[in-house]
Write a protein that binds this ligand. Structure first.
Ligand SMILES: [Zn+2]
Length: 374
């Protein structure tokens, strides 16, 4: 029974919970990162589920995440998953515990996913990518070598009042800073995994790392868009804005919190040395600043990527695309223009194997520290 059908009858709008609770099968998105907008039963064991973006227009990044339970014992059901005003992107994955995921066979008909699910009386998670939300970040930040290396600080609040949390390693006499941010775009999970392994490598207790922290302070904001992540947004924050089009404008509390905190931390004689922003897209690619940005040192990123090319496994392609626009409100362009240094949008492919993402995250951190120490 769709929400539209209820509206057509002039009845009051039922909650999603009741609209997706059928006689034999119940769907729910009532959890952090959950996203399911409309449910409709098409026939026996056959359902159409729809995800609607937080607002339009929006980039084609239709997120979905829900649980499904059978009320009549183990059975198989058919799903048509509709991304409203968009098309299939993130391959469906299932999990019984929310931690371990596997992809399910699917077809794409009229640009939308169709797939079967084997369900039982235990909730089965179905999502476009792995779920990784505030609780997971919190757990990650406060355990392991990270907790030894970094202090965590709340640097501001999102539109809906969620904490924006930073990790930082600061030594009194250091004059230079490395800035790392992630999760401006909620569904971009491979970018999130890349950031985690990059930061894990930065945090390790070894000679290279210890020497690095004798010269550099590090500021990491792993989840810039906590409302988007919690609400299962396709791309925007709760203000309906693409945060990676807000740098320089600072119309949203999330971008403003990051830049205000950075500027507050940068003392008179201190400077930003480099910045990285983790994302996901259709392929692994590094969006870098073109020479006309004036970012210094001129060959810094070229040397970093050349070192990565030489040291990563040969089946990973290091692709680079350089650009610069003076009026751009993309994070990296703003950093280049404002601080005169390089910044890179580090994009992993949606479907890049997770072990490869972790390897490249670590290897890129290793090569970056080697380069920055000279
Ligand atoms: Zn992105």
């Amino acid at each position: 029974m769709t929400i539209r059908w209820w509206l057509a009858l002039g009845l009051c709008l039922p909650s999603l919970a009741s609209a997706c609770d059928f006689e034999e099968v119940a769907f729910s998105a009532e959890f952090e990162g959950g996203k399911l907008s409309q449910c409709e039963q098409l026939g026996d064991g056959h359902f159409r589920l729809t995800t609607v973006a937080e607002n339009y227009p929006i980039n084609p990044s239709p997120w979905y995440a829900f649980t499904v339970v059978s009320k009549t014992g183990a059975r198989e059901i058919e799903i048509e998953l509709v991304a409203e005003q968009s098309r299939a992107r993130y391959m469906p994955k299932i999990s019984t515990d929310g931690d371990t995921w596997e992809t399910v066979p699917f077809t794409v008909v009229d640009q939308q996913f169709q797939f079967s699910l084997k369900i039982s009386d235990q909730p089965l998670y179905v999502a476009g990518q792995e779920l990784w939300t505030a609780e997971d970040y919190q757990q990650w930040m406060t355990t392991g070598a990270r907790a030894q290396r970094f202090n965590t600080t709340v640097i501001g609040q999102s539109v809906q009042g969620r904490d924006i949390v930073a990790m930082q390693a600061v030594a009194e006499n250091n004059k230079e800073w490395l800035l790392v941010i992630g999760r401006q775009h909620p569904p971009e999970l491979t970018g999130a995994i890349g950031l985690l392994s990059f930061v894990d490598y930065l945090a390790a207790d070894a000679d290279l790392q210890n020497a690095f922290y004798n010269r550099y302070n590090v500021l990491v904001v792993p989840m810039v868009n906590p409302d988007g992540v919690a609400n299962g947004h396709w791309r925007h924050n709760a203000g309906g804005k693409d945060l990676n089009r807000d740098w320089g404008e600072f119309s949203q509390p999330e971008t403003k919190a990051v830049i205000d905190y950075l500027n507050q931390q940068l003392g008179e004689d201190e400077r930003l040395a480099f910045a990285l922003d983790f994302h996901s897209t259709q392929q692994d690619i590094f969006y870098t600043l073109a020479p006309e940005s004036g970012a210094q040192p001129t060959d810094f990123v070229t040397r970093w990527l050349d070192a990565l090319k030489a040291s990563r496994l040969s089946s990973f392609t290091v692709r680079e695309r350089a650009s610069y626009r003076e009026e751009s409100h993309v994070f990296t362009h703003y950093i280049g223009r404002t601080y005169g240094v390089h910044a890179v949008t580090f994009e992993f492919g949606d479907n890049t194997p997770r072990e490869l993402v972790r390897h490249i995250g670590q290897q890129s951190a290793h090569e970056l520290m080697l380069l920055m120490k000279d």
